[in-house]
Design a protein around this ligand. Structure first.
Ligand SMILES: [Zn+2]
Length: 225
């Protein structure tokens, strides 16, 4: 989240003051002799006020609303925002909004739609990779099974797979689903390390670690991504 704050020194300044403009840019005004630590302390104490104004500013920015996106089961509004001192290039999540700030000022909406689609895909893949690798460590410990490697692929018709060498693959589109549904897919593939089939014992193991697996399985087949 962008958090740069501009500091301006004025000889006439009698105290440290905070100001926010309509784009959410924050300026601190102080006398040139004010020690830096006092300014920093003032900024730290005003963090709630700063956050509120930065959020409000980002919302009012001339952002082009593109579409909505599902992330871990939550709906986010996709938006584009112009880069500025306070809005660093990249993808930011703010409340229910996913904001993309391109490295260069907006040229045409069409151009940035293409740019965003590409960047967003990479970002979603990275987000999914980080999430799944961390969650797999927890679930494999809980299930007491060991896997070799984990990778994310664009598996066209599958959510996950487990090779006979115990290498796990997952579809990065899982990032759109709620955490409990993602858990089901991870538990399912980890269970294949023990049972390389869909036997009764396999489903018993799945059920032991995901008691709602039937519901999760249905949800997975219903949601189109
Ligand atoms: Zn299976």
């Amino acid at each position: 989240m962008p958090a740069e704050i501009q500091i301006r020194y004025h000889r006439q300044a009698r105290s440290i003051k905070l100001k926010a403009d309509s784009a959410g840019r924050i300026t601190v005004t102080a006398h040139p002799l004010t020690p830096k630590f006092l300014i920093n302390r003032f900024i730290a104490q005003s963090q709630a006020w700063i956050d509120k104004h930065q959020r409000r500013g980002l919302k009012t920015l001339s952002a082009i609303s593109l579409a909505k996106i599902q992330l871990f089961g939550q709906t986010y509004q996709r938006q584009l925002a112009n880069p500025s001192d306070d809005h660093t290039p990249g993808i930011h999540i703010l409340d229910q909004i996913l904001i993309y700030v391109p490295a260069n000022p907006l040229r045409s909406p069409e151009q940035h739609q293409i740019d965003l689609d590409r960047k967003l895909k990479d970002w979603l893949k990275r987000t999914c990779q980080t999430y799944i690798s961390r969650r797999l460590i927890q679930l494999s410990q809980q299930m007491q099974v060991e896997y070799r490697t984990v990778s994310l692929k664009n598996l066209s018709s599958r959510w996950g797979s487990c090779s006979n060498r115990h290498n796990l693959n997952f579809n990065w589109h899982l990032v759109h689903f709620p955490p409990d549904v993602i858990d089901y897919v991870l538990v399912h593939e980890l269970a294949h390390i023990v049972h390389a089939n869909h036997s009764r014992q396999f489903w018993q193991l799945v059920a032991k670690h995901d008691s709602n697996y039937k519901r999760h399985k249905t949800e997975l087949s219903k949601l189109a991504v």
